[in-house]
Design a protein around this ligand. Structure first.
Ligand code: SF4
Length: 219
């Protein structure tokens, strides 16, 4: 496994060189390389749009206007789960050392992004998709965290193979995990265009009110 050191340093915003922080980042990356085991699973599912806000995927109902719009004429979709793994969460913590905690968190985030990207590319290649996009429960009100429940129901317990669990509040455990529904898309659609979460570290495109109107309706 590789960890993108430059991405960790960039996300930590170590500007103009901060030897102490950079040294800590490199040391923790080294430790992470020894223990981190990112994992992912996906399934091939059949989707049917029921109406403007409801979609049936393998007999399980999802409620989202954006999902309904995205899956129109897309009978095959790829529900997925990816995680940075629980191994890094098990590293001993140093009480009060917030900088170490922040650095480890950043490393886990970079590992999760890499695992997600790897899985997306794998699915695209394996199923000959020219383009793909994904919607992830919890990104915006139209596709809220409560939609994790039907998503996990699709996996029917297979998520245990990668050590991911859903809490009663709809959050993922380990926290550096991701769930979503990937679908073929060649239009350049990205869920970030519908999302107003300004401080998201994973943003890939700017919020676009026109796209929001088209996919969800008037805000
Ligand atoms: S900005 Fe993009 S990556 Fe971040 S939560 Fe919103 S949709 Fe997801």
């Amino acid at each position: 496994m590789k960890i993108d050191t430059a991405a960790v340093i960039k996300r930590m915003q170590i500007r103009n060189g901060n030897p102490r922080m950079e040294k800590m980042a490199l040391e923790l990356i080294d430790i992470a390389l020894g223990v981190a085991r990112p994992k992912a699973i996906y399934r091939i599912s059949q989707a049917k749009v029921i109406d403007r806000g409801t979609v049936d995927i393998d007999g399980i109902q999802f409620t989202s206007r954006a999902l309904s719009k995205c899956l129109k004429d897309q009978p095959t979709v790829y529900p997925l789960l990816a995680t940075a793994g629980q191994e890094l969460d098990e590293l001993p913590t140093v009480k009060g050392d917030l900088m170490r905690q922040f650095t480890l968190d950043t490393i886990k985030m970079v590992i999760l992004f890499s695992a997600s990207e790897y899985l997306t590319n794998y699915i695209k290649e394996k199923h000959s998709l020219n383009g793909a996009a994904a919607l992830n429960p919890g990104e915006f009100d139209d596709f809220p965290l409560s939609q994790q429940k039907p998503l996990f129901a699709l996996f029917g317990g297979a998520e245990k193979q990668i050590g991911v669990a859903l809490t009663s509040g709809g959050a993922l455990k380990p926290t550096k995990s991701r769930s979503g529904i990937l679908f073929p898309n060649e239009t350049g659609f990205m869920s970030c265009k519908l999302c107003t979460m300004l401080k998201c570290p994973g943003r890939r495109a700017a919020y676009n009110p026109e796209v929001f109107k088209e996919y969800i309706g008037t805000p």
